[in-house]
Write a protein that binds this ligand. Sequence first.
Ligand code: PLP
Length: 296
Amino acid sequence: MAIIYLNGQWLPDSEAKVSVFDRGFLFADSVYEVIPAYAGNFFRFEEHIQRLNQSLESVKMDLRFDGQEWLSIGKELLAKNDLKQASLYLQVSRGTSAIRSHEFPAEIMPTIFAMVSELPPVVTSKQKTKGIQVISCEDIRWDRCDIKTTGLLANCLLLQKALESGADDSILVRDGKVLESTSSNVFAVKSGQILTPKLSDELLAGVTREFVMLLARNLGYSVLEVDLYEADLQEADEIWLTSSNKEIRPVVGLNHAKIGNGEIGNVWREMNQAYQKLKYNLYQGEFSEIAGINTL
Ligand code: PLP
């Protein structure tokens, strides 16, 4: 049984209870973060907490919690659950009100929830060794996808659509423009250049996206944030999806057509190797600046 954190208490998951009047439950009035830990060290923790604070600010939630408090909750969860390679989930909802009403109550205490779960090894996962298949879908989400809210029903529907068509994920497109996938950012490699959709309200500023851009530039690649169209993906030599838990996933097929030669690309191999080396260094206790861990 997992031990979780809820509003200042450490509880077995089966004993943790949240009111049916919690606005997270009624309105998806809540924001969240997902942070990986390797060898007991959180990876790019500060960047994730910065994004959490941005999400809180965007939805006008006032939470006076600093990075050190989140870090000690995360570390305590790893210790209590005896995990070293883990995914930390943080969620803050606006809190519980006396009645169901859309307007924000004047006095309300946020509901703060955190848990850790084991992070399966990604390097050997089938999705990495064989590459993944994606389909493109019209984006049916709202216009503030830059906020990491728990209102993820559209993302779930779009992922489910991909799975039911035999693919692994959906790439979301609006007016022909590629935005992101259901839980990852998108990259394309074309003639040795690395391209990714530029940031806007329509996609999440992924922490891994930023890290992958940094890593690629360190390896000497030119990385451009651009308007990326579906046709660009069809003509790309490589496509990748990036996220904190799944790292960089190579895409080998789009809408049942091959990407490049239909096999995992060489630029992905180089990037993945560099990513794994950084993780390996973390295991050895070498905290390079680029990995940016526990720097709070
Ligand atoms: N885009 C969406 C919609 C996501 O849900 C996520 C991660 O959950 C990402 C992109 C990737 O973000 P990150 O690299 O910070 O995990």
